[in-house]
Write a protein that binds this ligand. Structure first.
Ligand code: FAD
Length: 409
């Protein structure tokens, strides 16, 4: 049986960064990384942006080149999925039947796209966007595609819609709630992106739910809405969130539900087992201490470093400021902080200029900013979020006053 001092399950953003951080911290033990996908760790955000747009080749998505891993003796076991964890015996088993021993385990498995449960959800031509293979499959069908229905008005659905409009596809976006980005952003931001997509020719249907997906043979031909309307589609992209990939760990006894529960050092309730990234439920200081999962590169990377620090015996509790970005058309959205639970917003700048920020407050303190083509606000607003600054809303709204001048407020 092979044995690793640290075994990492999941070769994505968090898994890669955990191995990088351990070596940076001079961890000298053996490191193995088991990954379900065939590729070395690569960046996932471009999958719905420049990789989908065919503007960046896959090689440029790799988080590190093969030589980097070889030089640092990080061993990859790819195209292998961990199906069982024996916490007491410090062993995992893969779908190939291989058993591997570990000293410490880092669970960094991300999540699987949530699927629709309606008729036709598994027809050919119905796609999700989570892996390189998903995008390659989708792209191989694009030439023969005219009508695309995107289900879900979150970031991935909106980014995909923007790219598909670039390819001149007819795009209809179906969102069940009454605005896009409803779960993550305030209404002014939602309305801005809705208007942008409409101006670029996306047919946006709000408050619309999907009753079923129809096909001919095994190929999709349309999406039926609950009100009976049939939207023609030769391709459907489903972007309705993920389910954290935690089955084997929970079966092994780890506490969890929507994600594996971890403490401030990313330790699960099982000895010597850590969890990081999209699959880890943690109490987050920037969510007023609420237990949440974050789906962002920032969180995966920073939790990876937290776990690595704990493993080498230099623990530092996780308290990183959340940040995120999204690219749609020529718009760059940058987010810092978490807007959930805000009780007021301040608009800084005029959305009509396509450069503005939406600032979120709770009990008078700045908790988050969504900055559209406003990198300076994003960079300077971070200090306001970190300090939970209380600033007069009129000053926040005044674009003549740089946010850095308000940081001490
Ligand atoms: P992942 O990177 O998903 O890696 C998990 C890996 O574990 C996967 O390769 C998976 O196959 C593997 N795995 C799962 N189960 C097992 C198992 N049992 N055994 C072995 N391997 C397993 N974030 C941003 O901050 N900004 C963005 O603009 C942005 N855009 C995004 C666009 C898209 C299309 C997607 C899909 C995500 C985007 N994200 C973005 C989110 C970001 O990519 C994730 O938050 C990040 O990848 C999380 O890292 P992770 O290590 O937790 O999971």
């Amino acid at each position: 049986m092979r044995h690793f001092d640290v075994l990492i399950v999941g070769a994505g953003h968090g898994g890669a960064q955990a191995a990088i951080a351990l070596r940076q911290l001079k961890f000298a033990g053996s490191i193995g990384v088991i990954g379900a996908e065939p590729e070395l760790p690569y960046e996932r955000p471009p999958l719905s942006k420049d990789y989908l747009a065919a503007e960046k080749p896959f090689e440029r998505l790799l988080i590190r080149q093969p030589a980097f891993w070889a030089e640092r003796s990080v061993e990859f076991i790819l195209s292998a999925t961990v199906v069982a964890v024996d916490a007491g015996a410090h062993r995992v088993t893969t779908d190939h039947g291989e058993t591997l021993g570990f000293g410490q385990l880092i669970w960094a498995t991300g999540g699987a796209p949530r699927r629709l449960s309606c008729d036709g959800h598994d027809l050919s031509g119905v796609h999700s966007i989570r892996t390189r293979a998903d995008v390659d499959r989708l792209e191989s069908e694009l030439a023969a595609t005219r009508h695309v229905v995107v289900i879900g008005g979150g970031y991935i659905g909106l980014e995909a819609a923007a790219v598909l409009r670039k390819f001149d596809k007819q795009v209809t976006l179906v969102e069940a709630l009454d605005r896009v980005l409803a779960r993550v952003a305030g209404e002014p931001l939602s309305r801005f992106f809705e208007a942008e997509h409409r101006a670029h020719g996306v047919d946006i249907r709000l408050g619309a739910s999907v009753a079923g997906i129809g096909g001919e043979g095994d190929r999709v031909t349309g999406v039926r809405l609950a009100d009976g309307e049939l939207l023609a589609a030769d391709m459907v992209i489903v972007g309705i969130g993920i389910e954290p990939a935690i089955g084997p760990l929970v079966a092994a006894g780890a506490a969890g539900g929507n994600g594996v529960m971890v403490d401030e050092l990313c330790r699960t309730t099982l000895p010597d087992i850590y969890a990081i990234g999209d699959c880890a439920a943690h109490a987050n200081r920037f969510a007023a201490g609420a237990t949440i999962r974050l789906e962002s590169v920032q969180n995966a990377n920073d939790q990876a470093t937290t776990a690595a620090n704990a493993i080498i015996g230099a623990p530092e509790p996780y308290s990183a400021v959340p940040w995120f970005w999204s690219n749609q058309y020529d718009l760059r959205l940058q987010t810092v902080g978490l807007s959930g639970g805000h009780d007021a917003t301040v608009l800084r700048g005029d959305p009509a200029t396509r450069s503005f920020s939406l600032i979120y407050l709770r009990d008078g303190a700045v908790i988050a900013l969504d900055c559209v083509n406003a990198t300076r606000d994003y960079a300077q607003g971070r200090a306001l979020v970190l300090a939970g600054s209380r600033v007069d809303p009129a000053r926040l709204a005044d674009t003549a006053v740089p946010l850095k001048e308000l940081a001490a407020g």
